[in-house]
Design a protein around this ligand. Structure first.
Ligand code: PHE
Length: 459
């Protein structure tokens, strides 16, 4: 089974996936990444636990999932990059294609901090090999992480390693191989997470950890918590910026879009839940701060591994698998600017890839240096790393989501959308199409707008 998702040969690039499994694997590969292992636990910890989780799940169902179906449908109908797709599907003179431009900007912002988190993961593979971080003492694991992020040389070099690695995969045209590998390795990550959960569930403060994760304290759900949870829903499903539209353009006409998105959502949610269950009992048992921020997974996971035989070796495997999961997500992010530069600007795929990497080396360096050289430089009270993260998840993706929903709901219209979700009435899911359409036309855009206005204190 092979998929032609991404290839360096442009004439092959729209050949479509050759198997249903290819679609699912690639879409899942985009969705499952550090959003699950890194971002979900740290945001849940920083925003009060269960209440945040509840809002996040609601946002995924009411907003993330419908927008994901919309994006993939549009992509499959347009068969091109997001800008060209929206131009061809919208009436002339209506600037819906700007969604694609915003998406490209979003991809650059996300990649510039994401590449740094992947850099930490790469660095942790080496640290895990050396065994220097395997400890349940918060001071030890915090110091190890602190030493990494406050060292400008290591932070930059690891980011370059990541960017060269991703660029190399794209330039050598081996993306399909990587995807096939991811497909085989992800079940191992799943099993490893299950093992970590088992360890965590045997720790002393397991109930405190589980109560934090599953017993909502509604007083902690503020407007900005809701915005963060919604932003996470977009980020986790890779929606709101054209990634799924781009991937949709490679979908074959007989692929079942609702089923694929539902499966991706379910798998993505399960992996995040496992990461949460693996981390929070350890947080309370060993005395970590739930609100430790982006450091959370890096300082707590070594503590969980320190509790089991062969912990060091298994921790190496864990960080290698996390790096591979992150690679799938990064490749899907890169695909947006690369295809736009290729199809719209007319650069070859090789040049488009090189240009994207060079721009990321420059922009990404500000993220890499956020905790060292640029530690005193704040914009709106945030470091470049935090700012890119905040602006992309809490502004660009939701705004993209509003306009994608509005375009389908009011521009493209029910007939075309329903034909897409039902594969021209081949599938018996017209009711589902009706329901999703109503969400897209009214509910999702209104919800996103209210959450944004309240969360950003504009209203
Ligand atoms: N969903 C990816 C993750 O969870 C990140 C991502 C966001 C990828 C947006 C593509 C587009 O890691």
């Amino acid at each position: 089974m092979k998929s032609n998702l991404i290839t360096t040969k442009p004439e092959l690039s729209r050949a479509g996936f050759t198997s249903g499994f290819g679609v699912l694997a690639a879409t899942l590969g985009s969705a499952v990444g550090l959003g699950n292992i890194w971002k979900f636990p740290y945001l849940t910890g920083a925003n009060g636990g269960a209440g945040f989780l509840l809002v996040y799940v609601l946002a995924t169902l009411l907003v993330g999932l419908p927008v994901m179906m919309a994006e993939i449908s549009l992509g499959r109908a347009g068969k091109a990059n997001p800008i060209s797709t929206l131009q061809s599907l919208a009436p002339k003179n209506q600037p819906w294609w700007l969604i694609g431009v915003a998406g490209m900007l979003g991809a650059f912002l996300i990649l510039s901090f994401y590449s740094e988190v992947v850099a930490w993961v790469f660095a942790y593979v080496v640290k895990a090999l050396r065994g220097s971080i395997l400890s349940s003492d918060p001071h030890v694991t915090e110091a190890a992480f602190g030493a990494l992020i406050s060292d400008p040389v290591q932070s930059l070099l690891w980011q370059w390693v990541v960017l060269v690695f991703i660029g190399g995969i794209l330039l050598m045209g081996v993306t399909k191989g990587i995807e096939a590998m991811t497909k085989k390795l992800m079940p191992i990550l799943f099993l490893l997470l299950l093992l970590l959960c088992a360890v965590s569930l045997s720790l002393d403060e397991v109930w405190e950890g589980l109560a934090f994760l599953f017993q909502p304290d509604f007083s902690k759900i503020t407007a900005s918590v809701v915005l963060t949870a919604m932003g996470l829903a977009f980020f986790k499903l890779s929606v709101g910026m054209g990634t799924m539209m781009t991937y949709g353009s490679y979908f074959r006409d007989d692929q079942n879009i609702p089923l694929t998105t539902l499966r991706v959502m379910a798998a993505d949610l399960s992996i995040s839940m496992l990461a949460g269950i693996a981390i929070f009992p350890a947080v309370f048992t060993f005395g970590f701060a739930p609100a430790a921020g982006p450091a959370l997974v890096f300082i707590t996971i070594p503590a969980v591994f320190s509790q089991i035989p062969m912990g060091q070796g298994l921790m190496v495997v864990f960080f290698v698998l996390a790096a591979i999961a992150a690679t799938g997500a990064m490749l899907s992010l890169m695909e947006v600017p690369v295809v736009i530069l290729h199809e719209r600007v007319g650069l070859s795929r090789t040049k488009a890839t090189l240009l994207t990497i060079v721009l990321l080396v420059i922009l990404g360096s500000t993220s890499a240096l956020s905790n060292s050289t640029l530690a005193d430089h704040r914009l709106f009270g945030m470091s470049p790393f935090d700012l890119f993260d905040f602006v992309s998840s809490n502004i660009i993706l939701p705004v993209g989501g509003i306009f994608i929903a509005l375009f389908v709901g009011w521009g493209w219209g029910f007939e075309k959308f329903s034909r897409s979700l039902t594969n021209n009435n081949q599938l018996h899911n017209r009711h589902l199409a009706q329901m999703v359409f109503l969400l897209l036309r009214y509910v999702s855009p209104a919800l996103i707008l209210i959450v944004m206005l309240k969360g950003l204190k504009l209203f």
